[in-house]
Design a protein around this ligand. Structure first.
Ligand SMILES: O=C(O)CCC(=O)C(=O)O
Ligand SMILES: [Fe+2]
Length: 225
């Protein structure tokens, strides 16, 4: 998983035209890096299957399209993992053949909706983390996702989180800052970000707290922040 994360990060670094295309992967291979492997188990949630066919269809369409009420929509399924963005650099997820993962994306009309990620035990789901969003000045976006358990079988997932060392300073790379896209976030250490994160609810858009006000962005783009 680590090797794959590095390969993906190096390709992203190359694609973004970084002077050092290995900048991201070096953060994760540093001896002090804070990488993490998480295993999630979601017990079966069969309530939906006790309903008749029409109700099941109604509920399934509700779960996959309705993004309101702060992500607490139960609709026969159980919130297995609340709405959040991953805080690290990159996440690589593998799961069994039980669905449940949903991502929050704009649809073709610009409205946002929850989209079900099809289950595929042979696939790896790659997610950009908040730190990569900050390092790329928002060029890469860390999307919100959640798990709603509606299946009669347990869902199992394993996620490798490629992370920087605690002391690493996270600051947008100069190649990602332009006159039309000035520095968006003040710099922070990964330790500082983790402390902030643990003081907030899982669903909090924590990176917003590090956003530079429009008034400050002129100074920031000149490196004074
Ligand atoms: O188990 C899943 O499918 C997603 C879990 C997740 O988003 C996480 O552990 O950060
Ligand atoms: Fe996640």
């Amino acid at each position: 998983m680590k090797k794959l994360a590095c390969e993906i990060l190096d390709l992203l670094g190359e694609g973004l035209g970084l002077k050092d295309p290995r900048y991201f992967s070096k953060l994760t291979t540093n001896a002090d890096s804070d990488c993490l492997l998480r295993i999630n188990h979601y017990p079966p949630s069969c309530n939906i299957h006790k309903l008749d066919h029409d109700d099941q269809c109604n509920i399934k369409s509700l779960v996959s399209t309705k993004a309101s009420n702060g992500g607490n929509l139960m609709a026969g399924g159980r919130i297995g993992f609340g709405e959040h963005s991953d805080p690290q650099i990159l996440s690589l997820l593998r799961a069994n053949d039980v669905e449940g993962l949903q991502v929050f994306v704009p649809d073709h009309e610009g409205k946002e909706m929850w989209v079900q990620v099809p289950s595929d035990p042979s696939a790896i789901f790659v997610n950009v983390g908040d730190v990569l969003q900050a390092l790329t000045n928002g060029r890469l976006i860390s999307i919100r996702h959640r798990v709603i358990a509606t299946a009669c079988r347990p869902r199992l997932s394993t996620i490798y989180f490629a992370s920087p060392p605690l002391h690493a300073r996270i600051s947008a790379l100069p190649e990602t800052i332009t006159a039309s896209s000035p520095r968006r976030y003040r710099s922070f250490t990964w330790a500082e970000y983790k402390t902030t994160m643990y003081s907030l609810r899982l669903s909090h858009s924590r990176l917003e707290l590090f956003k530079i006000d429009d008034d400050d962005s002129d100074n920031a783009s000149e490196g004074k922040a």
